[in-house]
Design a protein. Structure first.
Lengths: 610, 115
């Protein structure tokens, strides 16, 4: 038996290492999934969901559709590297199978084919495959060139910032940068000697042979190519390129319905490793407006991976969810952070012994429960407007948290204190059920999210007041009254990205004011900077974030900035550069206080001219 | 203790020989904004938990500064973290972080005999 040449060793050992490493680590992660999640895999693996997952893998992991949407050049760079490399492997194997007329060709013979097959191909099929391989390699090389360029000039790619690298990343990145140029040069040199090249490698090889001593260069070049491949495989587990294989696993599990749980399990680890550290989340993060640049999702995941996460970084995030909307991998960034916060604070959840439930007598005439929320109590004009509107619509309502009521629990959940929040939920739940009402109207999006998702009271519909007022309007219980106030609507994070309520506030506002569309709205809406989810940010930093958002809104010259969240209102109101009103206030003002509308418009437009 | 001729009420004296300022120092280091508290009591006036039970955030500051770790530990459990105090604070103190820091670190500094 003839031994293969020794230069294949770095590649072969690297490949063996990475394949066995991946099988072991993915196996461990899957074994860490909960029983329900495991049964989800079995229930869905032989259904169309697998086909959907394959389709998604193709579209996202190879073609990088989402990155294309962000920026075409960045998308092309990723696609040429990923899809090009994938095709090189596939077509390379086809070529090897065609040449040796066997499917049992060892991998190294396909990868280093131009070294092993020194006779030029004579069949038409072989010629077409060889030409394809040349074109594919040039396609990949164009991506590599773009990658070189991006390292030094990331702005061309629509990215303002790029992530900091660590040693493992640098090694893998360098290896990746060298793999394809080395392969190209090695193939050209071999073509120069043996005349086995194709449309691009043969002319280049001939040229190289005419100016360089190609005979002595062939072996070192194939060695270097093999070493670059081997180095890449060995560096993969400690680099960000782990995302290449892990993301595929993640896409399949996600299609089977697996989600990030409230505890750290195999799936959350898979998500952590699926982060490609592309840095797109850095650009969308408003924390950078306050010069906070090391707590973004990409760094949180990096620290989680290295088990070096500190509370300072973990809790310095507004959980506004903008990064999650932008993430090309589709990671559950907010949930991953909350899961980690639960872990970090689980030792000291309060029990709230004092919450002895004060029983409410069941009152069958109560139509609606109104829960203003703690924050709304700090913006009394919203409560006043809601009370007024309830009266105009002649609704029999019970103001649940007028006094002596526990918080909804969401602020505790945002910092990870789920067990403590449950005590507050239980207390409020009991009172809601006792009231006998069928509808719960909430003025605060923070409360709205928790009432809708975590209270789960059968027979009770939870509505944000924008939904409820829209319903009252549709039922003609409150009159429609269009005013000439020009408003920009600010989507609160918890209502928009958090609960998916984008349409109702706009439909309602359309009937009472003149809504100006803005660039960053709906999923892309800005955060006011006031979020309770961040316990570390300082007041001056919050102000910087909200000022920046105010500046953007001011460019549309609205009379009023409309919002649907008392916390957003309070945060923006500090700026004094513009008038901020809640939707309920605008509706109430239009219906009951038309003289104030005139006053407001006049005062705003007068100051604008000055 | 030296007798200076003043009436000294035992409960109101702070014995510096036994004063344990470690928790206070740790909190002030992690959340320096707490240094500027002027004890106006706005936080206590607006407090949601204070509406339900006897709970006084301003007093937490006092307990912390007096090193009354045991009393502080049972008091701090009452906070619901709703954040109203933080929004009314005229000094913009990051009170929710102060509460979380006390909750997290207080176990380390409990008096030895009770631990």
């Amino acid at each position: 038996m003839k031994f293969p040449p020794s230069f294949i060793l770095p590649f072969t050992t690297g490949l063996l290492f990475i394949v066995s490493f991946l099988i072991i680590i993915v196996g461990v992660w899957i074994s860490e999934l909960s029983k329900i999640d495991k049964s989800r895999i079995w229930a869905n693996i032989f259904t169309t969901k697998t086909l959907l997952a394959i389709h998604e893998t193709f579209m996202e992991s190879l073609l990088h559709r989402k990155i294309f949407r962000k920026n075409p050049v960045l998308g092309y760079m990723h696609m040429s590297l990923a899809f090009g490399w994938f095709l090189l492997i596939v077509v390379g194997h086809l070529e090897a199978w065609q040449h040796y007329q066997s499917f049992g060709v060892p991998v190294y013979k396909a990868i280093f084919m131009r070294y092993f097959v020194t006779q030029p191909t004579i069949t038409l099929g072989g010629k077409i495959l060889a030409a394809t391989m040349d074109l594919l390699l040039v396609f990949v090389l164009s991506g590599v060139m773009l990658a070189y360029y991006k390292r030094f000039n990331s702005k061309t790619f629509g990215m303002k910032k790029t992530t900091q690298l660590k040693t493992g990343d640098r090694i893998a990145l360098t290896a990746l940068w060298f793999i394809f140029p080395l392969r190209f040069v090695a193939e050209c040199v071999s073509a120069g000697i043996h005349h086995n090249g194709s449309i691009i490698s043969q002319p280049t090889g001939n040229f190289l042979a005419s100016v360089l001593p190609v005979q002595s260069m062939e072996m070192p070049l194939w060695w270097a190519y093999s070493c670059a491949l081997g180095l890449f495989f060995f560096a993969l587990p400690v680099s960000r390129y782990m995302h290449i294989p892990v993301e595929v696993v993640m896409i399949f599990l996600r299609n089977y319905g697996i989600k990030v749980q409230k505890r750290i399990d195999g799936y959350s680890r898979i998500q952590i490793y699926s982060c490609s550290r592309c840095g797109i989340c850095l650009d969308s993060c408003q924390m950078t407006h306050a010069a906070i640049k090391d707590t973004q999702s990409v760094y949180m995941l990096k620290h989680l991976r290295n088990r070096k996460i500190t509370d300072e970084k973990l809790f310095n995030c507004l959980l506004c969810g903008k990064c999650q909307t932008d993430c090309p991998v589709g990671l559950e960034l907010n949930n991953l952070r909350i899961t980690q916060r639960i872990e970090s604070t689980k030792e000291y959840n309060s029990s709230y012994e004092y919450l002895k439930t004060s029983k409410v007598a069941s009152n069958t005439t109560t139509e609606v429960i109104y829960f203003a929320g703690c924050m709304t109590h700090l913006t009394p004009s919203i409560i006043k407007s809601m009370r007024g509107l309830f009266e105009i619509a002649n609704v029999n309502y019970w103001f649940m948290d007028e006094e002596k009521t526990a918080c909804c629990g969401r602020p505790l959940m945002q910092v990870g204190q789920y067990a403590a929040a449950q005590k507050l939920i239980d207390s409020n739940k009991e009172r809601i059920i006792a009231s006998g009402a069928k509808k719960l109207v909430v003025s605060c999006p923070i409360c709205y999210k928790v009432f809708r998702e975590d209270y789960a009271i059968p027979g009770i519909t939870v509505q944000h007041h924008s939904e409820y007022l829209l319903e009252l309007m549709a039922d003609k219980r409150i009159p429609v009254k269009k005013t000439p106030i020009k408003v920009v609507y600010h989507d609160p994070c918890e209502l928009g990205r958090g609960s998916g309520i984008y349409l109702q506030p706009r439909l309602l506002l359309d009937e009472y004011a003149d809504v100006i569309p803005v660039r960053n709205e709906k999923e892309k809406a800005l955060c006011c900077g006031g979020s309770l989810a961040n316990t570390k940010i300082q007041m001056n930093e919050r102000n910087q974030i909200s000022e920046k958002a105010v500046e953007e809104y001011l460019s549309y010259k609205p009379d009023v900035l409309a919002t649907a969240c008392p916390l957003c209102k309070k945060t923006f109101a500090k700026s004094r550069k513009l008038q901020v009103n809640d939707i309920a206030e605008i509706v109430y003002m239009a219906i009951a206080e038309p003289e104030k509308v005139e006053e407001k418009i006049e005062s705003v437009r007068k100051t604008a001219i000055v | 203790m030296k007798d200076f001729g003043f009436t000294v009420i035992k409960q109101r004296t702070i014995d510096y020989d036994q004063f344990d300022g470690r928790l206070l120092n740790e909190i002030l280091e992690s959340e320096p904004s707490f240094k500027v508290c002027l004890s106006c009591g706005g936080c206590t006036a607006t407090c949601s938990a204070g509406d339900l039970v006897s709970f006084n955030i301003r007093r937490l500051n006092l307990m912390l500064r007096r090193g009354e770790t045991l009393e502080l530990e049972s008091e701090i459990q009452k906070c619901m973290l709703c954040g109203k105090c933080q929004l009314v604070c005229p000094r913009g103190i990051n009170l929710r972080n102060v509460i979380m820091l006390i909750k997290k670190n207080i176990g380390k500094y409990k008096p030895a005999q009770v631990r």
